[in-house]
Design a protein around this ligand. Structure first.
Ligand code: ADP
Ligand code: ADP
Length: 232
């Protein structure tokens, strides 16, 4: 479902060269949750941004839902991205829009008519357990509620793959657990494949089928939870 093949990413800022990713190969099988862990600066964020080409790898190949994204035109890429949802540490909600209007945004961009948008927004609010927050602005929501709204927004167009970029890093432990159980539900019930990056061990231990460990731009270990955490 997601396959990164021999990805490298080199940043060159005024002669200052950083090898953010070196020869990284990683796959996320359909229906699975794969977590990438590693310390700050390991390359996790660059890696996940390569999956939807927010960052274009210097070399290597990116396959999502069977398509080689690096070979697509801008127009084809825009279509492919509709199948790739993404959530972030700081939620990225629009503060001038209510919760419901935030969720509606991708539907508007997709030219869904008003009646169908309303129906879908209500469905999604129900799904994330926040029906009563439809008309609240983000400023009046807790961190966990904001992330739920961001998750609902990214589910609006029925993505096949969800990318989670430190989505629980700004949340307290109890809220983190509730967001993780929501992600697990999304994976199981909506059959959405998930790739997440995190610096929190507990996150990957809790919900990931497979784990990859990054260090200095390289994948240094891959395996299931038991394999990774049985090491001394
Ligand atoms: P992580 O998400 O694991 O903290 P990142 O992917 O953000 O790691 O960063 C990996 C390395 O790439 C770091 O050394 C970082 O400074 C560098 N880097 C990331 N983005 C850029 C950029 N746009 N320009 C230059 N260097 C970058
Ligand atoms: P807060 O940030 O206020 O702690 P939470 O993220 O914990 O908010 O929960 C937000 C709402 O979602 C609550 O009303 C809660 O009852 C509901 N909820 C909690 N877990 C789930 C779940 N796994 N699926 C759907 N709804 C849930």
């Amino acid at each position: 479902m997601v396959e990164l093949k021999k990805i490298t990413k080199t940043f060159n800022q005024k002669g200052n060269v950083t090898h953010a990713l070196c020869d990284v190969t990683l796959s996320v099988p359909k229906g699975k949750i794969v977590g990438v862990i590693g310390e700050s600066g390991a390359g996790k964020s660059t890696l996940i941004r390569c999956v939807n080409l927010l960052e274009r790898p210097t070399s290597g190949e990116v396959y999502v839902n069977g398509e080689n994204l690096m070979r697509l035109s801008q127009k084809q890429l825009a279509l492919a991205r509709k199948n790739i949802g993404m959530i972030f540490q700081h939620f990225n909600l629009l503060s001038s829009r209510t919760a419901g209007e935030n969720i509606s945004l991708p539907l508007e961009l997709n030219h869904i008519d008003k009646k169908d948008r309303e129906k879908r927004v209500d469905e999604l609010l129900d799904w994330v357990g926040l029906k009563d927050k439809k008309n609240e602005y983000p400023a009046n929501l807790s961190g966990g509620q904001k992330q739920r709204i961001a998750i609902a927004r990214t589910l609006a167009n029925n993505p096949k793959v969800l990318l989670s970029d430190e989505a629980t890093s700004a949340l307290d432990p109890a809220t983190t657990q509730s967001i993780l159980s929501l992600l697990k539900n999304i994976n199981k019930e909506l059959n959405i494949t998930i790739l997440l990056i995190t610096h929190e061990m507990d996150v990957v231990k809790n919900i990931c089928d497979n784990i990859a460990v990054m260090n200095s731009g390289k994948l240094i270990e891959k395996g299931n939870v038991a394999e990774i955490f049985s090491h001394p």
